[in-house]
Ligand binder design. Structure first.
Ligand code: ADP
Ligand code: ASP
Ligand code: MG
Length: 422
């Protein structure tokens, strides 16, 4: 007997037929004698619709009360948790639904992007033992204990709910069921030749996720790494009856680096179009200028990512270029305009039609020249690189958004990640 967490994303619970399919996956594991906690997302598109309604509800103010936004958007998961419990009971599987505040899942008070602080899994464990009851838990939500108000965990947050619950109930495995059958060398929607990885190290998955691969929420990977949860990414679209619960289904295990025998130099390519570039032209080339620019941005809670400072030609002024999330672009420009007297610059330039393409691999720690190859390959395709950042196991390139797919596919081939064609 094992204890499992099974998480199903939005496309896996898109309608009642899909929810029935999910219930059959759950029943397969229950019939095999396992204790099961299920975590569900909202039906695909439901969260977007709820967010749209929040925006539409405002006509006088610019921003809504984040606590009320959470009260609205958390409902998507309540619907699917209840529906799955009904379908399971209809199949004679003992099940009940749980909302975040009922367990409870305690979080910080950062409404709309709260962090999980503590999960109480004791009641679930008691019910596994005494009633063989399946727990169906609404993902993406928790509660801030001091106020008792509902919180949500940021987009894609049901992954984090699942991993946190797996850690709390000491599950043997946390299965993330989604619309792809594992983690691929790049987004299979963009790179048809991408290959499924049998295993990926936590550190690499963390980079892939934070650099744009939305298959796992970043925070869920961090939690998995800290609590050593075995996370297995797999497809919910396989017929439940065709899967042997004791066999080796297709999927990707996210695990410790030490468990990976054949480590490639490059493991995957990620990309993100949610970037914007800002150039501050002709700032004085003197100590304190960077602080004058980035201090106010940090105070405004704007995350600055890539930073490039040109060598000044005249010894007096220079240009400073950096990226911010596209959603913060206008706010960042406003902050810089307000800080102009303190910074002192001639002009601000910006662009939102940029993309960040990143190459990730633990093998880069011990191999030189990996990035240089990429610069050459992109130059041959006339793709201009606007900025570069590197760290131990990854490097990122900022390019024109129009070239995203070409750049991703070029780098995917360059590092030998393409699937052999038949
Ligand atoms: P869910 O609704 O199940 O949480 P998501 O849409 O959040 O699913 O994540 C799954 C999607 O992630 C896939 O459909 C795929 O397009 C995308 N994706 C991006 N990068 C990767 C990758 N490297 N491997 C697998 N899927 C990826
Ligand atoms: N429903 C939420 C979202 O769409 C959480 C999730 O699906 O993980 O972001
Ligand atoms: Mg997701």
């Amino acid at each position: 007997m094992a204890r499992l967490v099974m998480k199903f994303g939005g496309t896996s619970v898109a309608d009642i037929d899909h929810i029935r399919n999910v219930a059959r996956h759950v029943r397969r594991e229950v019939d095999a004698g396992h204790q099961v906690a299920v975590v569900v997302s909202a039906m695909s598109g439901a969260t977007d619709q709820l967010i749209g309604w929040c925006a539409a509800a405002l006509s006088n103010r610019q921003i809504f009360d984040a606590r009320e936004y959470d009260a609205v958007v958390a409902t998507g998961e309540q619907v699917t948790a209840g529906l799955l419990a009904i379908v399971l009971q209809d199949m004679d599987v003992n099940a009940r639904s749980w909302l975040g505040w009922q367990l409870p899942i305690l979080t910080s008070d950062a409404h709309t992007s709260a962090r999980i602080l503590e999960v109480n899994g004791s009641e679930l464990i008691r019910r596994f033992a005494e009633r063989q009851e399946v727990a169906v838990i609404a993902g993406f939500q928790g509660v801030y204990q001091q106020t008792g108000r509902i919180t949500t965990l940021g987009r894609g947050g049901s992954d984090t709910s699942a991993v946190a619950i797996a850690a709390a109930i000491r599950a043997d495995r946390c299965d993330i069921y989604t619309d792809v059958d594992g983690v691929y060398t790049s987004d299979p929607r963009v790179v048809p030749r991408a290959q499924r990885l049998d295993k990926i190290a936590f550190e690499e998955m963390l980079e892939l996720a934070s650099l744009g691969a939305k298959v796992m929420q970043v925070r869920s990977v961090e939690l998995g790494m800290v609590h050593n949860v075995r996370i297995f990414v797999r497809s919910s679209f396989d017929r439940p009856e065709d899967i042997d619960p004791r066999g080796n289904p297709p999927g990707t295990l996210i695990c410790d680096e030490g468990e990976i025998v054949e480590q490639q130099v490059v493991t995957g390519i990620a990309f993100s179009r949610d970037e914007a570039q800002i150039s501050v032209r002709q700032v004085e080339d003197k100590p304190g200028v960077a602080a004058a620019i980035f201090g106010p941005l940090a105070e405004a809670n704007i995350n600055v990512d890539m930073i490039v400072q040109n060598v000044s030609a005249d010894g007096k002024t220079t240009d400073l270029t950096f990226t911010v999330p596209a959603a913060d672009y206008q706010r960042a420009l406003d902050v810089l305009v307000a800080a102009k007297p303190a910074i002192g610059y001639a002009r601000l330039d910006g662009a939102t039609d940029v993309a960040k393409v990143s190459v990730i691999g633990i093998g880069m720690r011990s191999h030189a020249g990996v990035a240089a190859k990429a610069f050459r390959a992109l130059a041959e395709r006339a793709i201009n690189i606007r900025a570069i950042t590197t760290s131990e196991i990854k490097f990122s390139l900022l390019i024109d958004a129009a070239f995203t797919e070409l750049a991703v596919r070029t780098l995917h081939s360059l590092y030998g990640l393409d699937k052999a064609t038949a």
